[in-house]
Design a protein around this ligand. Structure first.
Ligand code: AMP
Length: 400
């Protein structure tokens, strides 16, 4: 990626730069940011532009609003936090396009920072609408993409907008670092190579699973998606999360693994609950013998030990997705045990890479981000990049 165009070589004096950032951060019930690593990650890009004498317009999505604006997904709740981190006032436009955005961006002085309201309050964003992209583009002189987390989406603000800046489009420093670090990893894989995949659904991770199955030595599966695999194997899963349309897919992945001599590891036991709640009654049971009316919420103690013994022997480890419902304090033990094993493997010389919001949040909660080799801000984007797919957000900047 020697031809990578980044903010480093551009002089922003007197320019307004619109930066696509990934401020899709977790908020608590009082709208406090509970993990600001995604915000901190783009500060160097913002600071470079401001230091040059430019001004900055930040645009992001937050959550998954369905029909237009929803207060709980408003980016206004990030203004104070961001302002503290930057040590300067941050202006806020209550719509990302339209009069307020046009006026406020027009008034920006060198050193000024404006945050736009959630892009996904407009359906045009995810549809990749050209007119909407043009309205965003009209706010600025330069386009910077520093949102690795959404680079796999051909949305208006991540991809289409780049068309309007043929000469003045570039990667932010975070994007550049993500791309070059992951490329480095891919070019030198050591064995045993272990992938740990968790999270809610198999449906969102099929491509990744299919792709990893013939590259890794061991594939560890946890999280909600493990129950579709367990059911596909004939196990009883009670009312655990299951995607019945994907039972056949799960069987195909299992048989592909067998034919390639790859070990798939499913948790032998699970922490089960009688309700999807932190206050539910809980028990530990075999993960394929979950009673009716109970659901699996995390991997059990034996599974933690099994997974740990595989991880600490590995030399190359990729992890994406939590082992349990980590939003609830009762069900974080499995995910935390993965973090500790990854740290142990790293100190023994393994290369360990973690991506995805929940996994990264778990690592940060334990204060162990510096105990693994690389923490990526990307989840889906990281996985697609590792699969060798072109990321539309990257391509849009690279092409002339
Ligand atoms: P993903 O975005 O696909 O990585 O999935 C993350 C989500 O998976 C988190 O919100 C977790 O609560 C959820 N999750 C993990 N384990 C389970 C489980 N056993 N049952 C239901 N949801 C789960």
């Amino acid at each position: 990626m020697s031809q990578m165009k980044t903010v480093e070589r551009y002089i922003f004096k007197g320019k307004r730069a619109i930066i696509r950032v990934d401020f899709n951060v977790p908020l608590d019930n009082n709208y406090n940011v509970t993990d600001d690593s995604r915000i901190r990650a783009v500060l160097p890009t913002i600071e470079k532009i401001l230091k040059d004498g430019g001004s900055v317009i930040l645009m992001s999505h937050l959550g998954r609003p369905k029909e237009g604006p929803e207060d709980r997904y408003s980016l206004r709740y990030l203004v104070n936090h961001l302002s503290k981190l930057l040590g300067r006032k941050v202006y806020f436009a209550d719509d990302c396009v339209g009069n307020s955005a046009v006026e406020m961006s027009g008034k920006l002085k060198p050193g000024g920072v404006l945050l736009l309201e959630n892009l996904r309050f407009h359906k045009e964003e995810t549809r990749g609408d050209r007119d909407f992209a043009r309205k965003l583009a009209d706010l600025a002189d330069v386009y910077v993409n520093d949102a690795f987390g959404t680079a796999h989406r051909a949305h208006a603000s991540t991809t289409i907008i780049a068309e309007f800046f043929p000469e003045d489009k570039m990667f932010g420093l975070l994007m550049a670092r993500e791309l070059s670090s992951i490329k480095k990893v891919l070019s030198d894989i050591k064995r045993p190579y272990v992938a740990i995949i968790g999270g809610a659904k198999i449906s969102t991770k099929i491509d990744v699973l299919n792709n990893l199955v013939d590259k890794v030595d061991d594939l560890i599966i946890g999280g909600g998606m493990m129950f579709t695999f367990i059911k596909a194997n004939g196990g009883k899963i009670g009312k655990s999360l299951s995607e019945d349309d994907y039972l056949e897919t799960a069987r195909e992945i299992i048989s592909l693994a067998k034919s390639k001599n790859v070990n798939i590891h499913l948790p032998v036991d699970a922490i089960i609950a009688d309700d999807f709640s932190n206050d539910a009654n809980t028990r530990v049971c075999k993960s394929d013998q979950i009673p009716d009316g109970w659901m699996g919420m995390d991997i059990g103690e034996k599974a933690r030990q099994n997974f740990s013994s595989i991880i600490i022997k590995a030399k190359n480890i990729l992890w994406n997705g939590p082992m349990g419902v980590t939003e609830m304090s009762e069900f974080v033990a499995g995910t935390k045990s993965i973090v500790r094993s990854m740290a142990e493997a790293t100190s023994g010389g393994a290369f360990t890479l973690v991506g995805g919001g929940d996994s990264v949040a778990a690592i940060n909660q334990l204060g162990m981000a510096d105990k693994v080799s690389y923490v990526s801000t990307g989840g889906g984007a990281l996985l697609e990049f590792m699969e060798g797919k072109e990321l539309p957000g990257v391509e849009a900047i690279m092409k002339n």
